[in-house]
Design a protein around this ligand. Structure first.
Ligand code: FAD
Ligand code: 2HG
Ligand code: ZN
Length: 476
């Protein structure tokens, strides 16, 4: 008890959620205090585990009244330190993991309503069980949550065909900072009744409200697929190949990923049993996939023919098609293990950039040339969702360098690369968000009017600044 009989914030939160709804033990705190890349180490007051929307509402109402900062956390797989509390020991980490019900699936309407704490892979499985398809797919899908996916506007490997989280969302249920519930779990495709408020909360990284549920779009389940691992001379040919395949396949390309030889070397070095299906002579590769809801569609033949034409045009130097589901999974295993292999290799710097696709080859050429002359401490591992113009223009520390040599260059390398991105009309954050790690970049590159409107929105929706302070905008 506090002096005079008043209850401490922890006691009040425990009274709201019950003893099993508030965790303060060291192992629970350790799990939420550190981000995925282990770049940020915070110290939470406690972890709050609401069971339902009403619990979230009551927690926010209390925290708003007491001015206690709240850090929403999903699967804690984000890349920008956005779900990590600060080191003050005063912030409540609000974990959504007990809000994990699939509330409904409506196959006729191609929609489903899920709670924010549902793991992405479980949402995909639930849709598949109803013979429908939820297309968001990314390497962390076994642990990230829909609330986190929405709050980061996640992308992944199917954006080319289906769009990012923004495009996959029909409606949201959100708890506002003062505890009011904004409920718009509509399944309507058309609804022009004023401002589209849901888009404010998507990509807001928990700074404007806490998402408790979402109405999501579903699609016909893919019943045929063709997957190829393709050697290409460079990014220029990869970009031309994409247009060629889109035209030749009747726009059935669902994934188109660029992979450099160096990434395959890292995967082969660090992941046991992982081997490239093509000889490593080529400097670049593309992993592409066509899909169709029609089981009888001859996608393999179509892909093979299209690649043969591309070969004649000099866009492709070699290619192999997956002959069965196991080979398909092996191809994807290589791609999905690049981030993990980068981590096992050692320290890395990450730049999640997007460029208009026609200017992407020139960006790669200019930025690589800059690194070549200015950065001896690291080597380039540039891969990603080239079909969306999104590259992970990452570096790994070169072996034999003094420890910390690359990290010491973080700020100047980042600025140089992001300047080149800006020159090519691109964005310094394509799919991972701002969090803590890119606040300075947002300040530097954002249009001042845009920034000022963002601040106005933040003040309006969260006047006491309790929602994930110190993230996205530089307001504490
Ligand atoms: P968290 O990391 O827990 O939180 C992220 C942000 O969302 C924080 O600001 C948090 O406060 C907020 N938040 C979480 N839940 C809520 C909620 N219910 N309401 C309000 N705010 C909330 N990302 C991509 O976009 N594409 C990829 O291809 C991709 N691949 C990845 C591969 C690997 C191996 C890893 C480790 C990560 C990858 N990511 C990728 C990054 C990450 O998985 C995504 O950003 C994901 O969407 C984060 O979800 P999460 O549940 O882990 O969110
Ligand atoms: C991916 O596309 C993820 O694999 C992670 O977005 C990228 O680790 C990275 O930089
Ligand atoms: Zn990615």
């Amino acid at each position: 008890m506090m002096q005079g009989g008043a209850q401490s914030p922890l006691q009040q939160l425990t009274a709201l959620l019950g003893p099993d709804g508030i965790l303060t033990d060291a192992s629970a705190l350790e799990a939420v205090n550190v981000d995925q890349l282990r770049a940020y180490h915070g110290r939470a007051l406690c972890v709050a585990l609401p069971r339902n929307t009403e619990d979230v509402s009551r927690v926010l109402r209390l925290c708003n009244a007491l001015r206690i900062p709240v850090v929403p956390q999903g699967g804690n797989t984000g890349y920008c330190g956005a779900a990590t509390p600060d080191a003050s020991g005063t912030q409540v980490v609000l974990s959504l993991r007990r809000l994990n019900a699939i509330r409904s699936i409506d196959p006729a309407n191609y929609s489903m309503v899920v709670e924010a704490g549902c793991i992405l892979a479980d949402v995909q499985r639930a849709a598949a069980a109803a013979e429908r398809f939820f297309p968001l797919s990314l390497g962390a899908e076994g642990s990230c949550q829909i609330g986190g996916n929405l709050s980061t506007n996640a992308g992944g490997v199917n954006v080319l065909r289906y769009g990012m989280m923004r495009e996959l969302t029909l409606g949201l249920e959100v708890v506002l900072a003062d505890g009011r519930v904004l409920s718009s779990l509509t399944a309507l495709r058309k609804d022009n009744t004023g401002y589209d408020l849901r888009q404010l909360f998507i990509g807001a990284e928990g700074t404007l409200g806490v998402i408790t549920a979402a109405s999501l779009k579903l699609f016909p389940a893919p019943r045929a697929s063709a997957t190829a691992f393709v050697a290409v001379p460079g990014p220029d040919q990869a970009v031309q190949l994409l247009s060629h395949l889109r035209e030749a396949s009747g726009d059935q390309v669902s994934s188109f990923e660029l992979i450099p030889a160096v990434a395959l070397e890292l995967v082969a070095r660090h992941i046991s049993g992982a081997r490239s299906p093509l000889a490593p002579q080529s400097p670049w590769f593309v992993l592409c996939e066509l899909t169709s809801p029609r089981a009888d569609e001859p996608l393999n033949e179509r892909l093979e023919e299209s690649l043969a034409t591309a070969f004649e045009r000099g866009l492709v130097s070699d290619a192999v098609l997956a002959q069965n589901e196991r080979e398909r999974r092996d191809f994807w295993h290589l791609r999905e293990n690049i981030p993990h292999s980068q981590r096992l290799e050692g320290m890395s710097l990450k730049h999640d950039v997007s460029i208009p696709i026609d200017r992407l080859p020139r960006f790669v050429q200019r930025a690589s040339a800059w690194l070549e002359t200015h950065v001896a401490e690291g080597f380039l591992v540039c891969y990603g969702h080239v079909g969306d113009g999104n590259l992970h223009f990452n570096l790994n520390e070169r072996r034999g360098m003094p420890a910390g040599a690359l990290a010491a260059r973080r700020a100047d390398i980042r600025r140089a690369i992001h300047d080149l991105v800006r020159d090519e009309g691109g964005s310094f954050s394509a799919e991972h968000g701002i969090g803590q790690s890119k606040i300075a970049e947002l300040q530097h590159y954002a249009d001042p009017v845009e920034l000022s409107v963002m601040h106005t929105l933040k003040r309006m929706l969260d006047p006491n600044g309790i929602l994930n302070p110190g993230k996205v905008l530089n307001v504490a």
